[in-house]
Structure formats: C-alpha cells, structure tokens
Design a protein around this ligand. Structure first.
Ligand code: GUN
Length: 601
C-alpha cells in the first residue's frame, strides 16, 4: 500500500494497480450477469472478486481455470481476488475441500489475492466456539502462508461480536505474515442491520493490525454502509448486492433501496435511466430487467465509492459519513459507536483540512478534531473574562480585548481566532457580540506577539512560543489582508503563518530553535543515514527510512527530521503518524520544506 491522501483513518492508497477505497464486484463464474471485461471498460472496475471454491467444485470450470488461468477465463486484466469457500461451506454445510488444497488451487489458477479457508463465526455462537474458530483459522493461516508462493494471501479475522476475541484474532493473524487482511463474519450482522456491531469489529481489527496492510470488509454489500467503513480505514469492499438486489427487482441508491414497482421519479442519475425510462424497465422481461438493474446497482455502488473518495480528497469524510448515517437509524447508532472511539481516532486526524468544519447535528461536536481542540486548550492559560464575538474577532480592531471567547467548541482565547477549526467552521445559528465596557484592552502590537506565541504553544506544545519567538521579533503582514504572514527573529525567518488554517509552517531557523528547546523525541522523525543525506538537501522523507518518531505527531504536523545522533537535517510536514511511518515500506511520509543545506535566506 502506498498512502496518497488521507482524512483521519480514511485513506486513498495505491495497492498494485488499484486505487483504494475500492469495490470488488462479486463475479459468479457460473452465472455472469455483467461480463468482467465490460466492468473494466464501461465501469472502470479495477478489481473483482470471485470464488475459488465454486470453480474448484465444478469440474469443467476447474479444468478451464487450471488450463487458461483465471484472468483469461474471466477475460479480466485487472486485479482478481478469490475467496476460499468459507461462507459457502458455512451456509450449505459441505466440507469437501481441504484448507491447503484450496490455497494451492488459488495459486495454480493465478489469482492475485487468495484467501485462506477460515472458520466462520456467527453472532449467536458462544465465546468458546468463537475462540476455537479463531485458533483453527490462525493454525490454517500459518500453514497456508508457507505454500502461497508469489500469490498474495488474505488472512480473515473472525470473532463474532466479542471485542476481546476480535482483537485476539487480529493479534494471532498479525504475526503470521499475511499480505492483506479481511474482516470476516459480518454478513449476518449486516443482514440484521447490526451496524454498531460491524463498526466494533472493524475498530478492534484496525487497532491491532499493521496500518500499512490493506483491510477488506467481507460481504458489506450495501453502499449505505461504505462511508462509515471507510471512515474507520477500510480499503476494500466486495459486493454481490448489485446482482442479488437486481434479481429481486430492487434498486440500490446511496440512501437506501427501492423496489422497482414503487419508483416513479428515480431520485439519482444512473446511465441506465439515460437509455431506458423507468416504465420501460418495468415492462422488460425478467432477464433483460435483471441485467439493466444489475448495471444500475453496480453503477450506484461505484458512484458511492467515488463520492467517498472525493470527500476524503476534500477533507470532509467525517461530515460526509455523518450525513449518510442519517439515512438509517441503525447507521446513526453505528456512527455514535464510532464517536466513542474519538480519542483513538484522534491519533490519525489531520491537523487541519481543506474544508471547513460543518455542523450537521449534536454528533458533530464529538468528532476527533473537537476532542483534540478541547484537549489542547487545557494546556493554554485561560482568561477570566468570557465574551461573545462575531468572527473575525479582531479584524479592524486597533486595541484588542484580553478575553476568552465563547464558541460552540467551548471557550477559546482570542489569540487563537484563526486556527482550525475555530475559524473554519459553520454552525446553524447567528453569532452575537457581547463585549462589556471596561474590559482590559491591549495594543495590536502586544496582541500580535501574544498571538504568535499562543498559536505555537497550541500547535507544538507548551513552551514552543517562547522558544521560537525570543529575541528581536519582527512580524511581516500581508499587504492585502493585514494578516500575519512571516515571523522574523534576530534577522532569521523562523516561521510563516498559514492563511488557510491559522497554523505555522516552520523554516529551518524555527526548527533549530524547537530542536534545542524540546528534548529528543519530541517533534522528531528519526531517519537512517541513507535518508538524512538526501533530506539535508531538501528531498522528501520516505517511510521505509524512518527509524523512529514522536508518538504525538499527527498527520499534517510540522516535524523536525533528525539522524540517529539527533542532528537536525531538515524540516517538513508529516503525512502519517508514528505507527504508519514505521510500518509503511512504500511512499512518502514527510514532505520536506527545507533541508539544512537547502535553506534559503
Ligand atoms: N464472505 C463473507 N464473509 C466471509 C468470511 O467471514 N470469510 C470468508 N472467507 N469469506 C466471507
């Protein structure tokens, strides 16, 4: 996996030739409704999933797959994943295939990603039965990895509805050396709208497994659930829903499912409606209708993935998931379950986002970004006078009240007027102005100094402001907006204040000051000597060269790049937090702004 863009745990990555999050349509080799080559050419499907057990069971298919290989047999040049038959065996009860034979078979037919034969766990299973299933699955996994050859192999995590057993499964499987993980045993939960339980299964998996590995949610067919799953870091989905629903004359929409007979005005665009109007579809014969509805359903499912990706790109996945969660009370319940984990999710949350914080309801105030704001404000000295003000709080004021301002996020010192999400937020109520006469006021000059110090303390930790800005401080403001742009200390450009999110970008002179102020490992990413050589001249840091990092770093943070001896080599901005930096072996993890040998005056 290579991380490209992220919004918290939600991520756009490259895995082989597939951009994730991705939906793998399920192709039943016995019953192809939309031919795989058409999925590729017409729907831009990059990966699909089929079932090796179904192929293996049917002599004709088996022989063809062995002779031609799976890609030729299905006429699909993209990524092919195969499932192992666990689900079929569990549902239909047959146990005719050995767990090693099915892995061998997947390798022989040229699957890109094979799956072990795991033991399915049901929500009604007793703990002991679930534990046993997990252990057998892990034992099978160990043996299966040995014979996988060049094929990538997916390890399936089970655990039913037991949080500790989900983590137990993840811990056992984590050690085995899989290339890919799948969260299994959730189909019965999905079918019964137990989304809160599915959310917990994903969270317990993600808390344990290597963040650089792809994570698949097995059988999460309905697009309605995709946003919540992606918010938690799911990279792959598979879905047979597009055919299953088509068979029953049902149409998938991002906001739920509708029966064909009930639709008069199709609520969303679909290319299918371009070709046929809804009454025409109603009159089609069964086969024709099934094909057209399957196309619609596939289109809608893929469309949802696109919307999610755009939301990640815009930095509004939380808002998007929150809005989508309102489409079913059980989804909202699941979203509330996610919010219980906001402290853990905060570790992955970007420092700021391209989009403003949009309030959609009471739940918004429990997002990780709000948790962070409140936590960091606890370390910032408060002022007794609390007032109400309209934003921008201090624009055009020559003397500034030394106050704390009441905001929907809580009380915020006036100096932090520009930081994300305080300034970049929208609420469905009017702001009011209520500054009592006689409050102590300070000059703009004094305020500016307090402001830069307080932002630095908030952004980098207590004491950073004093460390960065002691000496002869010169503040350079924008001619257009009058806002602070650059801070020069003793003739050195130390930092620039970003207009977008109100935080600092450090220059190497600023990095030097923080480097001598903060003890090792605070704010540091430690790189190997091979990397340091390049970072010194301004080249970016790649994750595979990272030896260690400050656990408090968050994506989007300013960071000091140091060698093993803690010599400062560069300054930049992170894309990852510590565990990710240590696990990813591909891609950039710090975008370097300046190296000690590339610094400009
Ligand atoms: N398909 C849907 N659920 C599962 C599961 O738990 N395991 C496997 N292997 N496939 C599935």
């Amino acid at each position: 996996m290579e991380l490209k863009t992220r919004d918290g745990l939600a991520r756009i990555c490259k895995f082989k030739n597939v951009e994730t999050p991705a939906l793998m349509p399920v192709v039943n080799p016995n019953l192809i409704i939309i031919p795989p080559e058409e999925m590729q050419s017409k729907f831009n499907v990059e990966a699909l999933i089929t079932n090796s057990y179904i192929i293996w069971k049917n002599r004709k298919l088996r022989e063809r797959a062995l002779k031609e290989g799976l890609h030729r047999m299905l006429n699909f040049s993209g990524l092919i994943m195969t499932d192992s038959g666990t689900f079929q065996q569990h549902v239909y009860g047959d146990v005719e295939v050995n767990y090693l034979d099915i892995v061998n078979f997947q390798r022989e037919i040229g699957t890109d990603i094979g799956t072990i034969l795991d033991v399915f766990t049901e929500p009604y299973h007793e703990r002991e039965e679930v534990k046993r299933a997990i252990e057998i699955t892990a034992e099978r996994g160990k043996e299966s990895v040995k014979i996988k050859g060049d094929m990538l192999l997916a390890g399936v995590l089970q655990g039913s509805i037991y949080d500790d057993l989900r983590r137990y499964s993840a811990r056992l499987m984590e050690r085995i050396g899989f290339d890919y993980f799948a969260v299994g045993g959730v189909v019965p939960l999905m079918e019964n709208y137990r989304y809160g339980d599915v959310v917990r299964a994903i969270i317990n998996a993600k808390k344990i497994i290597d963040p650089s590995k792809p994570v698949h949610l097995f059988g999460a067919g309905h697009p309605m659930f995709f946003p919540l799953a992606v918010l938690l870091g799911i990279d792959f989905f598979d879905s047979a829903a597009y055919v299953k629903y088509a068979r029953d004359d049902r149409l998938l929409f991002p906001d739920g499912t509708r029966h064909l007979k009930d639709i008069k005005y199709p609520p969303f665009f679909s290319p299918v409606f371009d070709r046929h109007d809804i009454d025409e579809i109603k009159k089609m014969n069964k086969r024709e209708r099934e094909r057209v509805l399957a196309e619609h359903n596939l289109y809608m499912s893929l469309e949802e993935i696109k919307r999610i990706k755009e939301a990640i790109h815009e930095g509004r996945i939380w808002e998007y998931a929150e809005i989508r969660a309102r489409e079913h009370p059980r989804l909202l319940e699941a979203y509330r379950e996610i919010l219980k984990h906001r402290r853990w999710l905060e570790k992955y949350e970007n420092i700021s986002k391209k989009s403003a914080f949009f309030y959609t309801g009471a739940e918004s105030m429990k997002r990780s970004i709000v948790y962070r704001l409140k936590k960091r404000l606890k370390n910032i000295p408060d002022r007794p006078v609390v007032v109400e003000m309209k934003r921008p709080w201090t624009a055009n004021l020559e003397s500034i009240p030394a106050v704390t301002v009441k905001t929907p996020f809580g009380n915020v010192p006036i100096e932090l007027e520009d930081i994300y999400p305080v300034a970049q937020s929208e609420f469905p109520w009017e702001e009011t102005e209520n500054v009592p006469d006689g409050v102590k006021k300070i000059t703009r000059e004094e305020f500016d100094i307090r402001k830069i110090k307080m932002i630095a303390d908030y952004q980098f930790g207590p004491g950073a402001g004093a460390a960065l800005f002691s000496g002869a401080v010169k503040i350079v403001k924008s001619k257009n907006t009058g806002k602070i742009r650059n801070v020069i200390v003793d003739g050195e450009h130390v930092a620039s204040l970003r207009a977008e999110d109100g935080f600092f970008s450090l220059r190497i002179a600023g990095a030097r000051r923080l480097h001598s102020h903060f003890e090792f490992k605070k704010m540091r990413v430690v790189v190997s000597d091979d990397s340091a050589e390049f970072n010194r001249v301004g080249k970016n840091v790649f994750a595979k060269f990272v030896l260690d990092a400050d656990p408090d770093l968050r994506p989007g943070d300013e960071v000091l790049i140091v060698d093993k001896q803690d010599n400062l080599v560069a300054v930049g901005k992170t894309l990852m937090q510590r565990e990710e930096m240590l696990h990813f072996s591909k891609g950039m993890c710090v975008k370097v702004r300046e190296g000690i040998e590339s610094s400009k005056p």
